[in-house]
Design a protein around this ligand. Structure first.
Ligand code: PMT
Length: 431
């Protein structure tokens, strides 16, 4: 495929030559466009050497505009990938600015755009940056979640550009999804052509893109946060990636989606109503409201089973003569079981099981105990899955069948889960 790689002014630009190499290894053609800031971190000559094409950065360069100018580049690409995307570039894109070549290409394209942000952790957390990210995401731009860890500035936190291999996997997943969508679209076209001879339509293959048009889907994602006092809490490592990927697929299939999410650092999928909650009790209330009249409920959140019984109203003080502090916990509501056993049960209720031992037995037991139609089992032993870009699963269904999903980007896993879910709906559901 043809990729325009934008490189803007972030220290992570030193990884861009490696990214070009990784993309070319898979046969992609890469043309690099740099911002002025990008040039300060890595030379155009390096990127020219690894991409095999001249690198461009001037909007008003007559030689360039006479050849492969900004409009031609915007048309040429199958994907515009910007890695790293600095806070400054993100702000220019969100403002619709065309003051440099890279932002002009973004304005002049109808092609998909993907950003891999890279910046200091406080810049990433800044509300103005998050507002810009949310605006770009709402406009359909695919934003990769930055990584967490030691940063070039010496600080530690969320904001590192994802590694070149991770970006390459995301690009691969994107092209795989586009190919699947194209296949769905062409199948839908064939079905439209066959409508006159309606008897000939093959029912087995009649779940194209848009299978969930007119249906309401509720999805939980991320962790819950259970406060101990005003400054401390109990939580877990869920990043929300799995639940958000499911919400994105449901939205692409035409459903009206409500995503109920604990605190995460990723942008909500475009076109999805997202309700932010903190605690399990808040999630319970939001889910009960959203599930009224819903067709499908998917519980992908990692909900805390217990909360602190007596949350302190003031910060708990350390005492010199107290070596131990005992926190009393009380059980949280089981959101999935409450909905799946309730009177307003959606047609299908799907649960997840995050297990470290006896994983299959525990998953089967949850399928029965929680009264759900399918359990998506992930093995989270050794810290796997939480926060990762990829996942692998076993799907346990009520009829005793088990479907494996091989390790893949969570976006791909989410698509495969939906293929199973669509087959689980009873025939009358489609009438
Ligand atoms: O967010 P990511 O970083 O992408 O990671 C994805 C994930 C590991 C969080 C996800 O794939 C996953 O497994 N989510 C469920 C985690 C979990 O809490 O599993 P559980 O086995 O404790 O709970 C079983 C099911 O009951 C889950 O569907 C859970 O959402 C639900 N539950 C659990 C407790 C509770 N009080 N209420 C619930 O609804």
């Amino acid at each position: 495929m043809k990729i325009v790689l934008g490189v803007s002014g972030s220290i992570a630009a030193y990884k861009s030559p490696d990214l070009v190499r990784r993309l070319r290894e898979l046969g992609h053609e890469v043309r690099v466009v740099m911002s002025r800031g990008g040039i300060s971190f890595v030379t155009p000559l390096t990127l020219q050497a690894v991409s095999g094409y001249p690198v461009v950065y001037d909007l008003l360069d007559p030689a360039h505009e006479a050849g492969m100018g900004h409009i031609e580049l915007a048309r040429w690409a199958d994907l515009i990938l910007i890695a790293p995307a600095s806070a400054n570039l993100i702000s220019r894109l969100a403002a619709g600015s065309a003051e440099d070549l890279l932002s002009a290409i973004v304005l002049a394209t109808e092609k998909p755009i993907m950003l891999a942000p890279g910046m200091n952790r406080l810049m990433w957390a800044n509300p103005f940056v998050q507002r810009n990210i949310a605006a770009l995401s709402a406009a359909g731009i695919d934003i990769l979640t930055p990584g967490s860890g030691a940063q070039a500035c010496g600080e530690v936190g969320l904001g590192r550009m994802p590694e070149p291999l991770e970006i390459r996997d995301h690009v691969t997943a994107f092209f795989q999804r586009s190919a699947t969508d194209a296949a769905f679209d062409s199948r839908a076209e064939i079905e439209v052509e066959m409508v006159d001879g309606a008897d000939e339509i093959d029912d087995e293959n009649s779940e194209p893109q848009g299978a969930l048009i007119g249906k309401r889907v509720v999805i939980t994602a991320g962790p819950t946060v259970e406060e101990i006092d005003p400054v401390r809490y109990i939580s877990n490592y869920s990043s929300g990636k799995m639940g958000y990927a499911l919400a994105q697929v449901a939205q692409r299939l035409g459903a009206e989606v409500t995503l109920i999410s604990g605190p995460v650092a990723i942008a909500p999928p475009a076109g999805v109503e997202t309700i932010a909650i903190k605690s399990a009790e808040e999630m319970m209330q939001a889910v009960e409201r959203a599930c009224q009249g819903a067709d499908l409920f998917i519980a992908a959140a990692a909900v805390a089973d217990y909360r602190v019984a007596d949350r302190a109203l003031e910060k708990i003080k350390k005492s010199d003569d107290q070596d131990e502090l005992i926190l009393k916990l009380t059980k949280n509501p089981d959101i999935l079981a409450t909905i799946a056993k309730g009177e307003a049960r959606p047609t299908l209720c799907i649960g997840f099981a995050a297990e470290t031992n006896n994983i299959e037995e525990n998953a089967k037991s949850k399928l029965r105990r929680k009264n759900v139609d399918m359990i998506c089992l992930n093995d989270v032993s050794g810290g796997k899955v939480f926060g990762a870009a990829e996942n692998e699963m076993l799907l346990f269904k009520r009829d005793g069948s088990v479907t494996p999903i091989a390790k893949a980007d969570k976006a791909i896993v989410a698509e495969k889960i939906f293929e199973e879910i669509i087959n689980l709906f009873p025939a009358k559901f489609w009438c």
